[in-house]
Write a protein that binds this ligand. Structure first.
Ligand code: SF4
Length: 172
C-alpha cells in the first residue's frame, strides 16, 4: 500500500519547478529561461503573477507539468524547509534532488494504479518490494537520491507493469 502523498502541494514547496528547470522559447514557453534562473513571473511569495493567464501569455508548458508531490517532498523532507531564496547554493542541489524524486513519484503513481488490479499473491509481493525500494524507511536524503539507481528501478517497474497486462485484458 502506497502511503506517500503523490499530489503536488505548492504551498509547501519552494517553487522549485519555477526555478530549477530550463525553458526553451516555443509554443509552450514564451521566453527562454536557463536552469536555476528564477522565472520572471514568480513573485517573492513563490506565487505565479500570471497564474490565471499562463495559457494566453504563452506559458502552457507550466500547466502541463506536474511534480506529483515531489516538489514539496524535496523542500520539506530532503532540505528541511530550506530554500534557494535564503541560500542560492541550494538551487542546483534542489534541482538535482527534484529530478530524481519526481521520477520516484512517477513510479509510485504507476504502482498505485497497479495495486487496483486483483493481483495474485506473487504479484502483490512484487508490487510491495518495488514500492519498498522506492520508499526508504528513513525517508530520502540528498545523498540517497544522488546515488539511487532510478533508471534500473524504473525498468523494474516497467517490466512488472507489462507482466500485469492480463489483468487489463481480463477486465475488457
Ligand atoms: S510562468 Fe508562473 S508557473 Fe510558469 S514557471 Fe513562471 S512563475 Fe512558475
Amino acid at each position: 500500500m502506497i502511503k506517500q502523498d503523490l499530489t503536488s502541494d505548492c504551498s509547501n514547496c519552494a517553487a522549485l519547478c519555477c526555478v530549477v528547470f530550463a525553458f526553451d522559447k516555443s509554443e509552450s514557453f514564451a521566453v527562454d529561461k536557463a536552469a536555476g534562473e528564477v522565472c520572471a513571473n514568480l513573485d517573492g511569495s513563490n506565487r505565479c503573477r500570471i497564474f490565471a493567464e499562463r495559457e494566453t501569455l504563452g506559458f502552457r508548458g507550466c500547466m502541463t507539468y506536474d511534480c506529483h508531490g515531489a516538489g514539496q517532498r524535496v523542500t520539506q523532507e530532503v532540505f528541511g524547509g530550506r530554500s534557494w531564496r535564503n541560500d542560492p547554493g541550494l538551487t542546483s542541489r534542489m534541482g538535482a534532488a527534484l529530478s530524481v524524486m519526481r521520477r520516484v513519484h512517477e513510479q509510485l503513481l504507476m504502482l498505485r494504479t497497479a495495486e487496483k488490479f486483483p493481483l495474485d499473491p506473487a504479484e502483490r509481493e512484487t508490487a510491495r518490494m518495488l514500492v519498498d525500494s522506492l520508499s526508504p524507511g528513513t525517508g530520502w536524503t540528498e545523498q540517497s537520491l544522488k546515488t539511487f539507481a532510478i533508471d534500473a528501478a524504473s525498468r523494474k517497474v516497467a517490466t512488472f507493469l507489462r507482466s500485469l497486462r492480463h489483468h487489463v485484458t481480463n477486465a475488457s
